[in-house]
Design a protein around this ligand. Sequence first.
Ligand code: SF4
Ligand code: SF4
Ligand code: SF4
Length: 494
Amino acid sequence: MAAQLRPPQRDEMTVHFAPTDRGAGADLTRFPWLRKLLKSRTFQFAFILPNQIIFWIVIVAGLLGANVPTRNFATVITWYIWFCAVFLLMVGIGRGWCLMCPFGGFAEWVQRLTFSSRRFTSVTLGKRWPEKLSRYGLLPSVGVFIVLTYFEEFFNIAGPGVPKYTSFLVLGVISLALLFFLVFERRTFCRYICPLSALIGTVGATGMVAGFRTKDRNVCLSCQTKDCMRGSENGYPCPWYEWPGSASSNLACGLCSECFKSCPNDNIGLFVQPPLTSVIAPRARRYDIALGVLLLFGLVLFQQVNALPVYGTIDNWLNSVMHFPGYPNPIDYLAIIALFAAAFSGAMWAIGRAFAKDGRTRNFKTWLKPLAYAMIPLVAADFLARQLPRFFDHMLRIVPSISNPFAWNWNVFGTAGSLLYGVHLLTQNGVVAAQLAVIAIGGLGSLYSLHRITRLDLSSLTNRPVLMEIASIALMVLTTLGTGWLYVAMAGAQ
Ligand code: SF4
Ligand code: SF4
Ligand code: SF4
């Protein structure tokens, strides 16, 4: 079962030298202490290990701990804290979570049969992800996330509901990851399938870490070894199939630092950038990302609409007609997500039709891609705002649950009976105000991105750039106001 890691193919290498960079910022590897840290083979291991320990405690606590979800360590840390923290990480750092993720981390340990050292054989069948499927980019990840969220809603896992369901969910994701790591080479799972990958990749575009990139592409052009992609005795070939010289966004750099360890020419840096650069700067915008953004937006909007009374009426009616056991009916779940995504695509198509200067520039994708990218900050804000009620209402429940994670009458930190259990950090009105503030920031981020993207990508496609920008701004403002209104309506419906 041991298989050699496959070196990159020639066509993979040539396409990467497109002039794509419009925004890599400052190189952090100028700091000697950071260089030393990144060169260390235990760099990623040190980030993964603490999360790995918590992750297995979560599984055991969910299965064996208190049956009351608000007192169970697994449900409390996963749904009141982790889910919110992951969104903050995405918005701030991009794929910062992927650096320390226990899902990919665990499966990669098994695949490489080591925690951190460089080995030249791996336990995998070494299959390549089919070319036909790779054309869909991150859309399978979007699909898996939508399916997983359906099960989460159906079983009320994040409610939080029965704690063992949280363990089953986590075990399900790790099993899927392990299966993919054992069948496919490198991090095929992360690149295409992981339910969080599309979300992190898109929302993370707002983040300030540009990822590992080449310092000077001319050095790469004359480089004979291409160790960053082929690997060397110092580092693995890029597990994410990225070429650091071609990255125009932080979309697919898992921050593992293997290329930094491998490059014999010291031509890799870790770059930071102003927020939103990876939204605004990419030249080669991806259709799968644009569609993924709109579908993910549809998903989070579904999770807002489902709190309104009108949704309950429709869902109950559909369930009775179909004899379906309970909320949410899969038809209305998928239909609402698709309707939102179709409505946004339709509006972007209409802008293209109205303002394109000729038939050549009227192409649907030409307009959809930049306009959907401009929506990323608002989508990021909406996912974050959606997590705030659980965080502000219940995050302090971690204080008692951490002392007695398995309901074995422990009191590890002396906080098992803490009165903080019932303390809310904000009132209901305070939470709604915080949500509206987050949506406003996201909306402003989208408007700023739109303004920059219009100048970079759209103004050359039209003879009426001012009117086109006004129409695009109107779309963004209406979407922001509608998203904010949904939070007010959700609070009113409670
Ligand atoms: S893509 Fe998914 S499995 Fe891979 S590191 Fe990121 S969150 Fe973890
Ligand atoms: S090994 Fe270094 S110099 Fe060679 S292609 Fe990769 S980043 Fe460029
Ligand atoms: S090898 Fe380099 S480019 Fe590839 S994921 Fe790791 S840090 Fe990013």
